[in-house]
Design a protein around this ligand. Structure first.
Ligand SMILES: [Zn+2]
Ligand SMILES: [Zn+2]
Length: 352
């Protein structure tokens, strides 16, 4: 079968590899969609410490069951059949550590990932690892939800995990930094599920801002390369600041701006990680103190967030179909990465 394999930074190859075999406690999928995100581009350039080459990458996966191991039903109590449509979690918790037992599976200390420790979805077929099945991480795709949409459940799950901590209330003013696909999903989730009020979208790339604004219609777009973002948000909120700020970018300055623009009792999500080589920011601690700010991290998602993501997509509370603006065949997966890197599409999906 054809697959994309990572060998080393800047050395990834679309090549013929043996079709994987399904063990008695595994499920085999025909991959129908594997969507791309900034992480794939980061891996291409820098690799990842948890990634053992050669490795098939790709972690936003939806496909069709083509084989079910004989022991799957008895081992996991899950009844999968050939032809079932399924979505795969990306972050795989162990289910047994202190955090997992507390129900904090997104911060499992033994977390592994599809496409890092296990072969992922940039391939015609993949084996759903037993570690995924053990934590109920293979999800049925609801009727009416396509494979491409289902592949976007994984990034949406990460947004759900982050917003769960933010206590967004009806009418709250929300600022989202980062006009990528995840920023769009944050906006739709904040409105469609949490009833957010005015939503402002910030980016420094005018083309990307325009493209994403066209899809999700924020109440205002703010081009950080043209105006003082903090000043503008204070202006828009009558000097009060934003109730909720989400930084879906890797730019350090956005975290500092988030703190500066947060309203009293404001909630902030540092959703995007910062560069490993430059992970610090300057924080006026007294602003956090006196304004009673709540600053939250966000680390991937738990299996349950993936299920909820599929439900929100199915119910129409968080539509994603129109956010997938490019479909490319597996042979052109490297073009997909280039499109993501340029920010020339909202979401790019690969179709093996
Ligand atoms: Zn991703
Ligand atoms: Zn764990």
């Amino acid at each position: 079968m054809k697959a994309l394999r990572f060998y080393a930074p800047e050395d990834v190859r679309v090549e013929e590899v043996p079709e994987p075999e399904c063990g008695p406690d595994e499920v085999k999928l025909k991959v129908r969609n594997c969507s791309t995100c900034g992480t794939d581009v980061k891996i291409l350039h820098n690799g990842h410490q948890n990634l053992t080459p050669p490795r098939i990458t790709g972690h936003e996966i939806a496909g069709e069951v083509v084989e079910v191991g004989a022991d799957v039903a008895s081992t996991y109590g899950a009844s999968w059949s050939v032809g079932d449509r399924a979505q795969v979690i990306a972050a795989v918790p162990c289910g047994e550590c202190y955090e997992c037992r507390k129900g904090w599976m997104a911060v499992c200390q033994n977390q592994t990932s599809v496409g890092y420790q296990y072969d992922g979805g940039f391939a015609e077929y993949m084996i759903v690892p037993r570690q995924v099945l053990a934590v109920d991480g293979l999800n049925r795709i609801p009727d009416g939800v396509g494979f491409a949409e289902a592949s976007a459940a994984e990034p949406l799950a990460c947004a759900i995990n982050a917003q769960e901590l933010l206590g967004i209330e009806e009418g709250d003013t929300v600022v989202v930094f980062g006009a990528g696909p995840i920023g769009c999903m944050h906006i739709r989730l904040a409105r469609g599920v949490h009833g957010a009020g005015p939503v402002y979208l910030v980016d420094v790339n005018a083309d990307r801002l325009a493209m994403s604004a066209d899809a999700v219609h924020p109440d205002e777009v703010i081009d950080g390369s043209q105006v003082d973002v903090v000043e503008r948000v204070l202006e828009l909120t009558g000097g009060r600041g934003a109730d909720v700020v989400i930084t879906a970018t890797a730019a350090n300055v956005t975290q500092e701006q988030a703190i500066a623009m947060a309203a009293r009792n404001g909630r902030i999500s540092f959703f995007g990680g910062l560069p490993k080589t430059n992970p610090t920011i300057t924080c006026d601690s007294n602003v956090v103190h006196y304004r009673q700010l709540h600053i939250h991290g966000a680390n991937g998602s738990a299996p349950e967030h993936n299920k909820r993501a599929l439900d929100y997509i199915a119910s129409g509370q968080v539509p994603v179909a129109d956010l997938i603006t490019e479909h490319v065949p597996l042979e052109r997966v490297l073009d997909a990465f280039a499109i993501v890197e340029k920010g020339a599409a909202i979401k790019v999906t690969v179709e093996p």
